[in-house]
Design a protein around this ligand. Structure first.
Ligand code: E4P
Length: 217
């Protein structure tokens, strides 16, 4: 399983990139709004940091296929690594079909059922993003959805990749890896949590103490 980072914050993206753990970025309208800066400028900065797929979503106010197609073309023109993120609606599927025919990569987002994932794949989506955490939030096991989509895509030889999204903690990440998700898009905070273990900290302290006791500074 590969890692994308789920943020529009360029400082977080730089830190994750320096650790060598990410190969792509996902953003969404909420994450862009949090930065309070121009969409194109943020995306161009991200593209200068990470050499991999960068998902930029169509405006949350654009609900018709025609509008999504026009915006999708604009997003794709920002950088060759751009992936157009489209919400899972009937209009969204129409947009995916047209953009795919133009060789523009798409990421169908807000996927909450295997049926939605299958339709998105058949419309030509490069990626589908099932939202794990938001399902858990309503007491439906999000990981079961990832496993179901994996199974269906494997049975039918579907090449659309699964990006496990709405990842909230390290246990989610490990569960997604075990379920066979192609990619997990993970917030910086969770990536940081994944680096930590109390025994690692204790071990470092003990090595330091033992070394200093014999060799000094
Ligand atoms: C995915 O691409 C979304 O940006 C994201 O994972 C949503 O996560 P949230 O449910 O924590 O907002």
């Amino acid at each position: 399983m590969r890692f994308f980072i789920d943020t529009a914050n360029v400082e977080e993206i730089k830190m994750a990139e320096e650790m060598g753990i990410i190969c792509g970025v996902t953003t969404n309208p909420s994450l862009i709004a949090k930065e309070g800066r121009d969409f194109n400028q943020v995306i161009a900065e991200i593209a200068s940091i990470v050499d991999g797929p960068i998902s930029g979503e169509v405006k949350a106010t654009t609900v018709d296929a025609k509008g999504m197609i026009a915006e999708g073309r604009e997003i794709a023109a920002i950088h060759p690594n751009m992936v157009v993120k489209i919400p899972m609606t009937t209009e969204g599927l129409k947009a995916v079909k047209v953009l795919t025919a133009e060789d523009i990569k798409t990421n169908v987002t807000l996927v909450f059922s295997a049926a939605q994932a299958l339709l998105a794949a058949r419309a030509g989506a490069t990626y589908v993003s099932p939202f794990l955490g938001r399902l858990d939030d309503i007491s439906m096991p999000g990981i079961d959805l990832i496993a179901d989509i994996m199974e269906i895509f494997e049975i039918h030889g579907i090449e659309t990749e699964i990006i496990a999204a709405s990842v909230r903690n390290p246990i989610h990440v490990i569960d997604c890896a075990k379920a066979g998700a192609d990619i997990a898009t993970v917030p910086y905070k969770v990536l940081e949590q994944m680096t930590k273990h109390p025994l690692t900290d204790q071990g470092i302290e003990k090595f330091k103490k033992d070394y200093l006791a014999v060799f000094g500074e």
